[in-house]
Design a protein around this ligand. Structure first.
Ligand code: NAD
Length: 397
């Protein structure tokens, strides 16, 4: 999200609560989930200390750990906490491929927890900011000449329809061969509501909307584009640029600066947003907001990173970024949200890196300061630095 304008108000946002006490369902998740959630909670504690605001945290089991402890990936305790909450803060869930095999297919993290959470609150609009300030652009694996102004894209992914939610079937056909069938299904309202969000965001930003589709092959994309033509009548000030999803994947690498707001269906968004993490330098820089008509939940775009769990090296930017998005989009605490973004970015802009990002550090970027290696920080140390900067910002405002 643009550092100049990180506000993401939409016409269908859950109305920010006019109060100073907020209930947050806290679903820490699996693997690195609890490690990065700890840093996010420190931010909430600091805000409560320096502002007239209270956060009641409703911790609940969710994900693979919940399956082992409660027999369900989305147990009743978690449903109750989420129902009671003003907003939901969710860490990543899931296990390594091998460990996942110990869980029945229907209770594995996505099918058992994440998709039911999205369906329960109809969180149809997924905001995935792909952002690097110019002073953080050395984290990108792209050449500096490709991203002279950093990267600033808002990818909006439809989140409760399409192939991920369609009917699924497995069986044996008349020829005795095993088969699988999955259905990509959207009704016009599902498409319209997320396109409206895309147009609104484009209008608030640069007035350009990239519509990503595959209408040369998929009827669902032909239909998507028909609905778009109906919606755009209400947004004559927004320029629409159509791009096939495969071409968009290439363009994201070759010239990400051409994009501002991108809108697309569920699976395209899942894949392209991970590519977004790739051009930033790490999925650890990818927070997200999942917005429904009455409730929103906030989660990093990435998974539970079992390969680095328990080592205190995960990048908590994505999880703390979720707090920043929640403060703005669910609670209307825009100044506080801006302070959280500014605190995190100033740590990176000062030359610190986390383990995931330092692999992209060029030799000469910080040659006038400490060496990059000397500035590599752990999950906890990054949290410490953010707290110092955030406290300074909150007390000097
Ligand atoms: P992943 O996103 O967990 O990891 C991909 C790579 O990115 C790994 O190398 C990992 O170490 C790195 N990475 C991710 N987040 C990071 C962070 N904050 N800091 C530093 N490095 C980070 O993808 P995966 O390995 O394919 O999936 C692991 C598990 O997560 C699977 O069970 C999958 O189903 C689940 N998953 C959950 C969600 C979710 O909770 N919304 C999303 C995607 C995948």
């Amino acid at each position: 999200m643009s550092s100049a304008d990180q506000s993401t108000t939409t016409s269908t946002d859950p109305t920010p609560k006019v109060t100073n006490a907020y209930k947050i369902a806290l679903l820490a998740g699996d693997a690195i989930g609890p490690e990065i959630m700890t840093q996010a909670v420190r931010v909430l504690d600091l805000l409560a200390k320096h502002r007239d605001v209270e956060f009641e945290l409703l911790e609940a089991p969710f994900g693979a750990g919940a399956y082992f402890s409660h027999g369900k990936a989305f147990p009743d305790e978690a449903k109750q906490a989420c129902d009671a909450a003003d907003a939901i803060l969710k860490g990543p869930v899931g296990l390594s491929h091998a460990e996942s095999q110990k869980i029945p297919v229907e209770e594995q993290a996505e099918r058992g927890a994440i998709l039911p959470l999205r369906a329960r609150y109809n969180t149809y609009a997924n905001f995935r900011p792909i952002y690097l300030s110019p002073d953080m652009s050395h984290f990108s694996p792209l050449k500096q000449s490709v991203i002279p102004n950093g990267i600033d894209i808002l990818l909006i992914r439809e989140l409760v329809g399409g192939l991920y939610f369609g009917a699924k079937e497995r069986g044996v056909n008349a020829d005795g061969k095993r088969y699988v069938k999955e259905t990509l299904e959207y009704d016009e309202n599902q498409i319209r509501q997320v396109l409206i969000i895309g147009f609104e965001q484009a209008r608030q930003r640069k007035g350009v909307l990239h519509n990503i589709h595959k209408s040369n092959v998929l009827m669902s994309s032909v239909f998507w584009n028909e609905v778009l033509e109906e919606v755009r009548v209400d947004f004559p000030d927004v320029e629409v640029i159509h791009l096939l999803v495969d071409a968009a994947a290439t363009a994201l690498c070759l010239n990400p600066g051409q994009f501002d707001v991108m809108v697309m269906e569920n699976m395209f968004g899942d894949i392209l947003s991970d590519q977004g993490g790739g051009i930033l330098g790490s999925l650890g820089l990818m927070p997200s907001a999942c917005i429904g008509p009455e409730k929103a939940y906030y989660e990093p775009s990435h998974g539970s990173a079992p390969d680095i769990a328990g080592k205190n090296i995960a990048n908590p930017y994505s999880m703390i970024g979720c707090v920043a998005m929640m403060l703005d989009m669910s609670f209307g605490l825009k100044a506080e949200s801006d302070a959280v973004w500014a605190a995190m970015r100033s740590v990176f802009e000062a030359g610190y890196t986390t383990a995931d990002l330092s692999v992209h550090e060029p030799e000469n970027k910080h040659s006038d300061t400490q060496s990059a290696a000397a500035k590599k920080v752990s999950t906890t140390e990054f949290g410490d630095l953010v707290m110092i900067e955030l406290e300074r910002l909150l007390t000097s405002a």
